[in-house]
Design a protein around this ligand. Structure first.
Ligand code: GLN
Length: 522
């Protein structure tokens, strides 16, 4: 059962091959065995079992709620979950128990999904590695595959620091799906946080058009760019989850009013009338030869199948990282103002004055990545800087969005790009340099998509030479999410990406690995 997709598990549940409670127990037991990957931060075992029992009774009565009934799912720990601690991996929110569910969480539960737990992330979703968490870093299961380990032994590099990072910031959600402890998970995507870890963990990661999925209850990073992300083992499963989540939410005025029609993707897909754009600016510095090769091969596949593949230009790509960072930090500065030690979360013991309480609370509550962004954002918003940075960045954002509009207006259906610069880094590689700069560079292919509010999906292609996943990304036109997923499904059908052998991995991983790698916060 460990290799099952969501579609396969739904069938097994509906046909009675396995019961929701048995499935839940197996997943709970696997979560314990893979705890050293640090994917989950809270596992509400009892609640999960209660949900599984309720699903079982519905199935027995023939009253199934649909494809998610009884299916184990996981949710990033920046989505509010009623009665379950929601921390954003930050001391600021440690111990916070929301009184309500995020809309997308509520919709999952209404469909009978079983919530296995809350997953690890970079604090407040700021990062691309899932290492800046108060719970310690997330580890990539591919770093324990037999093939990867053999390679390390062959290269005489089997050192402790050679465990592999999961990507981020939704690394926990990606690892939860990749390590087969659940069948779909929610991440969040502000600048690539769903697509980056999905790419590094060899799963499918989808960011919808801005406005299709409610942000109500997703603790904000950048309101104008955040979207809930969907992570699954195959493209079909994305459309299943999307069907249950999408649609207007009166609690989020940025969701579209038009009713959302859930869809199933066809099995027979013809790409002959398709026009695929290859943005020339995505030949970015730092793109590894393997990432380039897998991208080129993907383009060739489309061409050989009769699609038109053309080079296109997105000339303002070079400004996307800087533009993102000005806009991200300014929204962060404003969003984080609510954590003042009075209304929410952590409150310092230092109460000599209101000022001192604010300062101490925020110093104790936030890590330096978060504090750094608050500082930068407030700087950009200073009266004398506002036009120079904030307003300018808004204009650049418009230019970046216009680049996409122009390309799609010229007859391009989807864009094909790399998702990341290379396969996943080892911990050692990631931290040896300034990992925050590294983090920013990693997002070159993903951030402009959020700036423009477009849908995008990453699909795994092959394993790299050192046996870690490689991927490509497809970017679609706003609200053409179905077309985008259809193309992605066709592409996936052409790939033969291996599923990780989880039992092999568990046998292979020694007690020493597990202990030694339960590293602390960095
Ligand atoms: N890595 C980006 C950042 O640090 C994106 C984060 C995200 O998408 N949540 O801001």
């Amino acid at each position: 059962m460990w290799g099952w997709t969501l579609k396969e598990v739904t069938r097994a549940l509906q046909e009675g091959q396995i019961s929701p409670t048995e499935l839940c127990q197996r997943c709970l037991s696997l979560i314990k065995k893979t705890a050293f990957l640090n994917a989950y931060v809270t596992v509400p075992e009892e609640l999960a079992m209660q949900q599984a029992i309720a699903a079982e009774q519905r199935l027995q009565r023939g009253e199934s709620t649909g494809p998610l009934d009884g299916v184990p799912v996981a949710v990033k720990d920046n989505f509010s979950t009623a009665g379950i601690e929601t921390t954003c991996a930050s001391n600021m929110l440690k111990g916070y128990i929301p009184p309500f569910n995020a809309t997308v969480v509520q919709r999952l539960l209404d469909q009978g999904a079983v919530l296995m737990g809350k997953t690890n992330l970079d604090e407040f979703a700021m990062g691309s590695g899932s290492i800046d968490s108060i719970f310690g870093p997330v580890q990539n299961p591919w770093g324990y595959s037999e093939q990867y380990r053999e390679r390390l032994i062959h290269d005489q590099k089997l050192e402790d620091s050679n465990w592999v990072i999961a990507g981020g910031s939704s690394g926990g959600s990606a690892v939860a799906v990749a390590s087969q402890t659940c069948f779909a998970s929610l991440g969040s995507d502000t600048g690539g946080s769903t697509r980056n870890p999905a790419a590094h963990c060899g799963i499918v990661g989808f960011k919808s058009s801005y406005g299709l999925l409610s942000r109500h209850g997703l603790i904000p990073l950048v309101n104008s760019m955040d979207v809930p992300g969907i992570m699954t083992r195959c493209v079909d499963d994305v459309s299943t989850v999307l069907g249950t989540l999408a649609g207007h939410d009166p609690k989020d005025s940025t969701t579209i009013q038009d009713p959302f029609e859930p869809f199933e993707l066809p099995d027979e897909i013809d790409v002959r009338n398709l026009c695929v754009g290859i943005p020339k600016e995505y030949h970015a510095p730092g793109l590894s030869s393997e990432a380039l090769k897998t991208w080129t091969k993907a383009a060739d596949l489309f061409e050989n199948a009769g699609a038109r593949v053309v080079e296109v230009s997105l000339p303002h790509t070079q400004y996307s990282i800087v533009c993102y960072h000005v806009l991200c930090t300014t929204e962060v500065a404003s969003n984080m103002a609510r954590f003042d030690g009075l209304e929410y979360g952590h409150r310092s013991e230092i109460k000599s004055s209101t000022e001192a309480l604010y300062a101490a609370t925020r110093h104790e509550g936030f890590n330096d990545a978060v504090r750094g962004r608050i500082l930068a954002g407030n700087y950009f918003l200073l009266k004398q800087n506002y036009d120079r940075f904030f307003v300018k960045a808004q204009k650049v954002r418009r230019l970046i969005a216009n680049d996409f509009l122009k390309v799609f207006g010229s007859g391009i259906d989807v864009l094909l790009t790399p998702t990341t610069l290379s396969d996943a880094f080892t911990y050692h590689e990631f931290v040896k340099e300034d990992n925050r700069t590294r983090s920013a560079e990693e997002d070159i292919f993903t951030q402009s998509v959020n700036l423009a509010g477009l849908p995008a999906v990453t699909v795994p292609t092959a394993l790299s030479e050192r046996r870690l996943p490689l991927s490509v990304q497809f970017i679609g036109q706003a609200f053409c999410d179905k077309q985008l997923l259809t193309v992605a499904k066709w592409f996936e059908q052409q790939m033969n990406f291996p599923r990780i052998d989880i039992e092999g991995l568990l046998n292979h991983c020694t007690e020493h690995d597990k202990l030694h790698n339960s590293v602390g916060t960095v």
